[in-house]
Design a protein around this ligand. Structure first.
Ligand SMILES: O=C(O)COP(=O)(O)O
Ligand SMILES: [Mg+2]
Length: 221
C-alpha cells in the first residue's frame, strides 16, 4: 500500500476525536449551576465545532459581546479542564487509519483551533501526543484557522511540502484553511459541522461519512 500523500493532517474536535461529550458536559454544568436544566446532547453537539464560544452561544444564546460572556467562558474552561477526557475518544475506525499511516510511513499530525493549554493535556491522556508528527493549536501561530498559517506550520514541522499533504476537517474554516495552504482537503461529514453552510458547499476535494472512507483517499484502495 503506497500513498500519493506524504502527510495527513487532522482537525481535532469532531474530526480525529469525538470530544463533544466532554465539551457539552462542561457547558451543561454552567446551566445547572445557574438553576437551568441541562440541554439535550444533540442540541449542543454542533456547537462544539466553535469551541468555548460556540458552546456558550449554544447553552445561553450569548455571543462574545455579551456582558456575561467572559465570566461564562472562564468557568466553562475551568469545568472542561477538570474533565477534559472522561468520554472523549478517537472516532471509530480512526485508530486503524492512524496505524495504517504509521505502517506506510505517511506522517500525520493535528491542527486544531483548540488552544495549547487544552490540546496538549488532552492528547497526552488520549496517548496520541507521542504518535503525532506535529501538534499545532489555535494559539501556536499568530493566526488560527481559517488562516492557513497553522496548517503550514504543521507541514514545516514535518518537513514536507503542503502540496503533498491532505487536510481533514469538520468545519468550513478547516477546508478554507487547507485549501489556502495548498493541500487537498477532506470534509468529515460525520463530525460536528456547526457552520451554516452545508458540507457540499465547502469546496472540499472529498467528503467522507466515516473515518474508514479515508483509506481509499489516502491509499487509493
Ligand atoms: O476548539 C475549537 O475552537 C475547535 O477545535 P477544532 O479546530 O479541533 O475543531
Ligand atoms: Mg472540528
Amino acid at each position: 500500500m503506497t500513498s500519493q500523500y506524504k502527510g495527513v493532517f487532522f482537525d481535532l474536535d469532531g474530526t480525529l476525536a469525538d470530544t463533544a461529550p466532554d465539551l457539552v458536559a462542561a457547558a451543561n454544568l454552567l446551566r445547572v449551576a445557574r438553576g437551568l436544566a441541562p440541554l439535550p446532547y444533540e442540541i449542543l453537539r454542533p456547537t462544539a465545532s466553535a469551541g468555548a464560544r460556540g458552546l456558550i452561544q449554544g447553552a445561553f444564546g450569548y455571543d462574545n459581546n455579551h456582558p456575561q460572556f467572559e465570566e461564562l467562558r472562564d468557568e466553562f474552561l475551568s469545568n472542561y479542564e477538570k474533565n477534559i477526557c472522561v468520554h472523549s475518544k478517537l472516532f471509530e475506525g480512526m485508530n486503524e487509519l492512524l496505524h495504517a499511516l504509521e505502517k506506510e510511513q505517511v506522517l500525520w499530525g493535528i491542527v486544531t483551533n483548540k488552544v495549547e493549554r487544552f490540546t496538549h493535556p488532552l492528547l497526552k491522556l488520549m496517548q496520541l501526543h507521542e504518535r503525532s508528527g506535529a501538534i499545532v493549536g489555535g494559539d501556536t501561530t499568530p493566526h488560527s484557522k481559517p488562516h492557513p498559517a497553522p496548517i503550514l506550520k504543521a507541514a514545516e514541522i514535518c518537513q514536507i511540502n503542503p502540496t503533498d499533504c491532505l487536510y481533514v476537517g469538520d468545519d468550513l474554516r478547516d477546508i478554507e484553511a487547507g485549501r489556502a495552504a495548498g493541500m487537498k482537503t477532506v470534509a468529515a461529514a460525520y463530525g460536528y459541522c456547526g457552520c451554516d453552510e452545508p458540507v457540499s458547499a465547502w469546496g472540499a476535494d472529498y467528503i467522507i461519512d466515516h473515518p474508514s472512507d479515508l483509506h481509499a483517499i489516502v491509499f487509493g484502495v
